[in-house]
Write a protein that binds this ligand. Sequence first.
Ligand code: GTR
Length: 394
Amino acid sequence: MKKLNTVFCILLLAGFSFANPEPVNVPELMQTFAGEKITSKAEWESIRAPELLEKFTTEVYGRRPKVLLDDKRIKFELLDTCDAMRGTAIRKLVRCHYTGPLGEFSFPFTVFIPKKDHPVPAFVFICNRPAENVDPTRAKKSQFWPAEQIVSRGYATATFLFSDIAADNIKAGFDQGIFSVVEKSSERINESWASLSAWAWAASRIMDWIEKEPLINSKRVGVVGHSRGGKTALWTAVTDKRFAMTCVNNSGCGGTKLNHINLPKSESIARITKVFPYWFSSNYKKYANKEMSMDFDTHQLAALVAPRLLAIASASKDDWAGQLGEWWCAKLASPAWELYGKKGLVADKMPNVGEAQQEGSISYHYREGKHNLNLHDWNRYMDFADKHGWRTNP
Ligand code: GTR
């Protein structure tokens, strides 16, 4: 015991700290890559935000072929509409068709809309788990997409299966799913789009449909995703300003986890680009083992959501996602909201487990438990939307 105490004292005297690690040498948010200071909303919008978007496009998520932006190639087919949830909701089953230069592609999605108070706010959910988690018949229920509870709080919700868009499999390559109708995999270059971008593209197509759906208020739509789906939700909101809110659940490396902080238990860029290279542009692997010297970081990506609502969440037993790095992303992104006269994250340190920080336009909550998305998380996202008046019509 005495020996242990002595070791402890020596460590303390040597300046060894048991406190949380701090971010180190974080790239500036309000300064261009060329070193110019950004001091106004106008400079942010015309100079800094575009160069950051370009950076994350080429270096992390890849560039989508332009032909994907042509809305004349998109059509919707209403497959079915009926009453659901004991008459409290309307269920619509829809198929989105896309005519690509190399062929036809389509994917289905499910929508539940509360029966009253139209037009209602909504959450588009990117489902990165098996189909039983988003059962349109509701015979099977899962907290991963608690559609009944979402509807009972007055929100509509729409979901699709990410695997219907592009396979989540390293062996699948890029001649499958949406990729197969857009370009040949032999034409791909280092900055070509990849799976996270393909999944995000699908979330935006659901927004196209929502804009034509009078029962839903398209100005109050959030996009929600967990883990690889959380990374996708963030990229969706960054690339599609129609989403008024994004909920980024346990997204970790390649999502919100800050890189300029030493969290040895969390996933690294070397690991993620080795195991999941098909999620990102090939350029991303250049940053393997260079986390601390990269000239960009995730707070700059999150800042591209400003001045809209951003919710980031971690789970206490999810060291792999690097909870502290997720919190710092929220904190360091905040100056972008301040340019709009809003507050970002209102907090000086991580909350205790079980608590939420929701005073500003950035929400952070820290749930007890494992890497997951459950009813607790959904309720925090809906609380945040409620706080911003989403349930108050119009
Ligand atoms: C892990 C991966 C993470 C995270 C997670 C998930 O295997 O390392 O980046 O995305 O999967 O999607 O659940």
